[in-house]
Design a protein around this ligand. Structure first.
Ligand code: SPV
Ligand code: MN
Length: 613
């Protein structure tokens, strides 16, 4: 058995609650060794992982890992929020009583780390000194070294984050046990996996996966589900799946900060890492704070709404990342960055990696290339020709500091004042390029009715949205009605209200299907308009669903958009919107206790649309 006391003593862990927690799980999981890790251990752990074949070299200071082929994504069906209060049950949180789930997880985890090392990862999901740090402290226990290496990139890791806690018992207990991946029946009726957040006990128990979102417990389970619950229980903050950027106007000296939620595959990471388009780069600088999570709160002293990214790195989708879509992401995974690639294609002879969309064409010479499962491309039969080389959910994991335009103050404890909260899906019609919303309840209503278009991948009827409220559908921790009220309360407490806006980069021509807006770096243009609106420098045009820019208000310098395309994306198709309103009503009706303010906002928008006919 592991000598837990010695491992904790050697690492200088004095907190008795942490010691007791580690000892309990070391005993239950049957781990052979216990090792407390610190970010400073990275180089040694990388070398150990290379020696063990868990990582493979992908050029200087770049690494490659492959996960078990049935373990490549988050599993929403197996993810559960458990508490002792049935009132916490929501539509999306898969609520179950904690009295049922805890014994079940303990049973799965008992003895499951036999022969393995249990790593103890003290972490902080916040810049050090943040007013939200008490909710950001956690200790992940994992039996996977690859998970440790990812956690070191994605969160701040070290024993020092456990020192001087106001309440020494206030840290998230996050237990990850990989399990026997080849015998877990992933995706079958006998699925053995469980990913449980026992939210009212601040305990996370994840069994049966070593893939990112299931295993990096600081990120999704703590950073989103637990944080959402804690923010509500404490009445102090929101934990949202938002990107966060800064815009600096060199002419006026002003700084703006915008955060926002986008359902998967709506370009959130590309937006977060965008640079100003060539024509505007002399005047505006865009800086990167985060691509996936923001915690928002109101400072009681100055009454401003603040936001910060609790993460320390980026766990980005590799597919389609290239010089046009995301040049800063490419720079952040260059040689020497310590990046870890997962499930992309790999060439052990040349140590190169490749994914669909990295370059227009696949590498012409297939010699040495292996697909994400490790099978040689040269062995493919003609029928396998069309199969992707990389898994569609293959990833790169790199620290924020590697992103060339990372904000200078990304690590500062005070966070940044939030000027606007934006939502955006991928919608082929109806949604204009941008519509600004000045009313809080209408903004929250807009977020609650956010969705992504049904595609072949996510089944549904074409043109009908798969609603993803606030892009939080997989991370909802408590009832949606309570969530809406809490959102109204937190943001409503700000002295200066942020603007809300809905954006859409994906409208298509109904005839030939071409995108009506170029997107990528040009997405800065509507955001600049939004900031001008905030400053009172433009007025826009009022519509039933918000304020939209007039054509001459948008700065299109250096861009050649066809006038007819521009006209389409700056207009409201009222009959199409009225159709959508009926779907929204049905969507909102499933949530008990939705605040009156949200229903009133819905009715106001519906009535305004009637008037616009
Ligand atoms: C997401 O799926 O939204 C992610 C990646 O950000 S994961 O950590 O896998 O959840
Ligand atoms: Mn995400």
């Amino acid at each position: 058995m592991a000598d837990v006391e010695k491992a904790l003593d050697d690492a200088g862990v004095t907190n008795p609650h942490v010691r007791e927690y580690v000892a309990y799980w070391a005993d239950l999981t049957g781990a052979e060794r216990v090792e407390v890790v610190d970010a400073d251990d990275d180089a040694r752990l990388v070398q150990e992982a290379l020696d063990a074949g868990e990582l493979l070299p992908a050029g200087e200071g770049r690494y490659y890992s492959r996960s078990y082929y049935k373990d490549t994504a988050r599993s929403e069906e197996r993810t559960i929020v458990a508490t002792s209060d049935p009132k916490d049950k929501g539509v999306y949180n898969n609520w179950r009583p904690s009295s049922e789930m805890k014994p079940l997880l303990e049973e799965r985890m008992r003895g499951a780390s036999a022969g393995k090392t249990m790593y103890v990862i003290p972490y902080l999901m916040a810049p050090p000194g943040s007013p939200l740090a008490p909710w950001a402290t956690g200790v992940e226990l994992t039996d996977s070294r690859t998970v440790v290496l990812h956690m070191i990139r994605m969160s701040r890791v070290g024993v020092k984050f456990l020192e001087n806690l106001d309440d020494p018992n206030m840290f998230v207990r996050a237990v990850h046990v990989t399990g026997d991946l080849e015998n877990l029946g992933q995706g079958t009726p006998e699925d053995q996996r469980y990913f449980v957040t026992v939210a009212d006990e601040r305990t996370i128990l994840h069994f049966g996966s070593s893939y990112g979102g299931n295993a990096l417990l600081g990120k999704i389970a703590h950073g989103l589900r637990q944080a959402a619950y804690d923010g509500w229980a404490s009445k102090k903050f929101l934990g949202e799946q938002y990107m966060l950027i800064g815009i600096h106007d060199k002419e006026t000296g002003k700084d703006y900060h915008i955060c926002g939620g986008f359902p998967s595959a709506s370009g959130k990471t590309n937006l977060a890492m965008m640079l100003a388009p060539d024509g505007l780069g002399d005047r505006f600088h865009v800086s990167f704070y985060g691509d996936d999570i923001a915690w928002l709160w109101v400072d009681e002293e100055d009454g401003k709404l603040y936001g910060m990214n609790p993460e320390y790195g980026v766990f980005g989708v590799a597919k389609d990342t290239n010089e046009e879509t995301n040049p800063t992401a490419l720079a952040s995974i260059a040689e020497g960055t310590g990046v870890i690639f997962t499930n992309v294609a790999y060439n052990p002879d040349t140590q190169e990696v490749w994914w669909e969309g990295k370059t227009k064409a696949k590498p012409a010479d297939v010699t040495g290339w292996l697909d994400w499962k490790g099978a040689p491309i040269s062995d493919r039969t003609p029928e396998q020709e069309g199969e992707p080389w990389a898994h569609p959910n293959s990833r790169f994991t790199t620290t924020l500091a590697n992103v060339p335009n990372v904000a200078k103050d990304y690590d500062e404890p005070q966070g940044v004042p939030i000027d606007a909260i934006i939502f955006g899906g991928r919608t082929r019609d109806r949604e204009p390029l941008i519509r600004a919303i000045t009313d809080l309840a209408e903004g929250v209503y807009d977020g609650l009715t956010l969705g992504a278009e049904a595609t072949a991948a996510a089944e549904g009827k074409e043109g009908v949205l798969r609603y993803d409220p606030m892009s939080n559908r997989p991370f909802m921790a408590y009832g949606e009605g309570d969530y809406a009220q809490h959102y109204l309360n937190v943001v409503g407490a700000a002295k200066e209200q942020p603007l809300f806006a809905h954006v859409n980069w994906f409208q298509r021509d109904p005839e030939d299907g071409h995108f009506l807006w170029h997107g990528y770096r040009d997405n800065l243009r509507p955001l600049l308009w939004l900031m001008q609106l905030k400053d009172g420098d433009v007025k826009g045009r009022e519509t039933a669903v918000g304020i939209i820019p007039t054509e001459d208000e948008l700065n299109l310098e250096g861009m050649n958009t066809k006038p007819e395309d521009l006209e389409t994306i700056l207009k409201i198709n009222v009959p199409r919107w009225q159709q959508e309103m009926a779907n929204r009503e049905e969507h909102l009706q499933q949530f008990p206790g939705m605040p009156d303010a949200i229903w009133e906002a819905h009715r106001r928008v519906a009535a305004a649309l009637e008037e616009e006919v």
